[in-house]
Design a binder for this molecule. Structure first.
Ligand SMILES: C[S@@+](CC[C@H](N)C(=O)[O-])C[C@H]1O[C@@H](n2cnc3c(N)ncnc32)[C@H](O)[C@@H]1O
Length: 270
């Protein structure tokens, strides 16, 4: 098998209108749908350029290029992901149109007024300084350029508690932004109010519905050795042990049921 399996090209939790669609579709398809949904406000930037911050393994770069015809530059800090994304671009013969640069959101290595769109999907929760990211995005955007973010955020009115701390550990996040944080920082930086939509029902909700099923299945897993070995193999590939995996499922479920987290889609035109 190819050392870069196809599904690994996307690293987001996807987007679907229903639970069945979410779980019956190949997960790569719901990830692609998230990209399609997020980029819609910039669909008229044909022939221009998009900066993708937190580019992951490159699937998103290829799809954004296909959808908009724009030149794409991805910024990604992790060497393995950079290598993976470059491999994909090479394989697709897209080296003229898609470039990947090793770097971080907080210090974008580009001149002012350079991009038609700055796009970041499910990466900002990792950024240590989200304010610096927003200021950098504003700096590198042309006037009229579109800033688009999909991010997992803490509900504005929720105090920190153990579940949120577990969620932070699970997602390797120092601090979540809230809807109010985004509103304040974008308004201060762009001098405009962003559009913010809650799309939790398109992904986290489906994940949680699925997790309830998984928790049930795990109660009887010893009765299904084939399924167990399949799950064991998949966990090994992701370097996760079973108890951490089950803990992660419970954290996601609890945070949703207690309405602590949300998935926001944020748009602001410079
Ligand atoms: C969940 S993945 C999403 C990848 C891609 N956007 C996708 O949807 O397939 C988050 C990515 O953000 C990257 N990342 C983490 N910290 C970052 C930073 N400070 N600046 C830019 N990217 C960062 C990670 O390495 C990872 O590839």
């Amino acid at each position: 098998m190819n050392k870069f399996s196809r599904l690994d090209y996307f690293l987001n939790i996807g987007y679907a209108d229903s639970f069945f669609e979410y779980w019956l579709l190949n997960p790569g398809i719901s990830s692609k749908r998230l990209t399609r949904e997020l980029i819609k406000p910039a669909s008229n930037i044909i022939g221009k350029n998009i900066l993708v911050v937190g580019a992951g393994k490159g699937g998103e770069l290829k799809l954004l290029n296909q959808l908009t015809g724009a030149k794409i530059i991805g910024v990604e800090p992790h060497e393995y992901n950079v290598m993976h994304a470059r491999e994909l671009v090479k394989k697709e013969k897209k080296s003229e149109e898609i470039k990947i640069i090793k770097g971080i959101a907080e210090e974008l290595p580009f001149p002012d007024h350079f991009f038609s769109c700055v796009y970041s999907c499910e990466a900002a929760f990792h950024f240590e300084d989200k304010k610096a990211f927003i200021e950098e995005a504003h700096r590198v955007l042309k006037d009229g350029g579109v800033f688009i973010v999909g991010d997992i955020t803490k509900k504005s009115n929720r105090l920190h508690n153990k579940i949120i701390d577990d969620y932070k550990a699970m997602l390797n996040t120092k601090k979540f932004f809230t809807r109010d944080d985004y509103l304040t920082v974008i308004k201060d930086t762009f001098r405009k109010r962003p559009e913010i939509y809650d799309i939790t029902d398109k992904n986290i909700k489906h994940l949680v519905e699925g997790s309830k099923l998984l928790i049930k299945i795990f109660e009887f897993i010893e009765k299904f050795p084939l399924l167990k070995s399949k799950i064991d193999r998949s966990l090994k590939k992701r370097k996760l042990d079973l108890s951490t995996f089950l803990e992660d499922i419970r954290t996601t479920k609890l945070s949703y049921e207690k309405s602590l987290m949300e998935y926001l889609r944020i748009i602001c035109v410079k």
